[in-house]
Design a protein around this ligand. Structure first.
Ligand code: SF4
Length: 155
């Protein structure tokens, strides 16, 4: 049974149609963190991922071995072209597939003005031509407009 959505609620007005999926709605969901799900813990996620059997994949799914098999012994860093900033986990949605477990309840994990200033200082030291803002919903960060203005000003 999936754990990242609540029980289904049947339409109260027509019990004859209760089994009809058109009459089934889902209650709003909250983040895994809010529900104290073990899956909100990255270490717990690692434990689960380590249990996935990759033996059917080339090189048993080992990334380094697969890389070597394609002729690349190592990956070499190049210049920074895209400067990505994750502004936090606050979001007005709670998607089941969200890989950062964002949601309306994640108000604490929101980048501070101080950290934004530090990021802008680092950005100044790169040749990045693009700033990629992500979250959560980055536009919900109270410093979003300031950050965008500064990024445009820098470029
Ligand atoms: S960050 Fe994206 S995927 Fe995650 S809950 Fe918000 S809209 Fe959904």
């Amino acid at each position: 049974m999936p754990t990242n959505y609540t029980e289904l609620e049947k339409h109260p007005g027509n019990r004859a149609d209760a089994a009809d999926p058109r009459w089934v709605i889902r209650r709003p969901i909250t983040s895994l963190h809010q529900r104290r799900s073990p899956l909100s813990n990255p270490q717990e996620q690692r434990v689960l991922l380590d249990q996935v059997n990759l033996a059917h994949l080339p090189q048993d799914g080992n990334f380094a071995h697969r890389l070597g098999a394609t002729g690349f012994e190592t990956l070499q860093p190049r210049g920074i072209e895209i400067f990505q900033m994750n502004l936090g986990k606050l979001c007005n949605m709670t998607c089941r597939h969200c890989h950062v477990d964002a949601g309306p309840d994640r108000t604490q994990e929101n980048m501070s003005r101080e950290t934004i200033e530090a990021c802008l200082a680092v950005l100044d030291q790169t040749q990045a031509h693009t700033v990629d803002l992500t979250g959560g919903a980055p536009e919900l960060n109270p410093h979003f407009r300031y950050l965008v203005d500064q990024c445009v000003h820098v470029s």
